[in-house]
Design a protein around this ligand. Sequence first.
Ligand SMILES: [Zn+2]
Length: 127
Amino acid sequence: MTRSEMREQHIKLWTWLAENPGKSKRDWPGWYSLGITNYTNDRWYNRCFACAAVWHNGRPGCQKCPIKWTDKRSDEQRELDAANPQPCVVCELSSAEYHKWMNARDSGNVTIEVAIALKIAQMWPEE
Ligand SMILES: [Zn+2]
């Protein structure tokens, strides 16, 4: 799958999540259509096309994530995280859309959940 195909699938996945509140990425029927059924295969571990696009040495290269998540860390904290051998998982910061979407879904706040899923669908810019 090319990077641009991954972007297309990302849009489909997140649009589906917006249309199916309460569901998680693993529930998306598209995985089966694409023949992606082995999630122990590193690249698909996170069920995320952005992670898969930058997968390197058994983990997502978060610094190169094609999505520019909202990141309210201080410059100092960002440098500390970048120097850490673990990748900083920007999408899981409390300020980031992915974190907010998970919280909204898990707390049953459908309005927020749907709005953020639609936003995330559009956050991977055309390259
Ligand atoms: Zn990801």
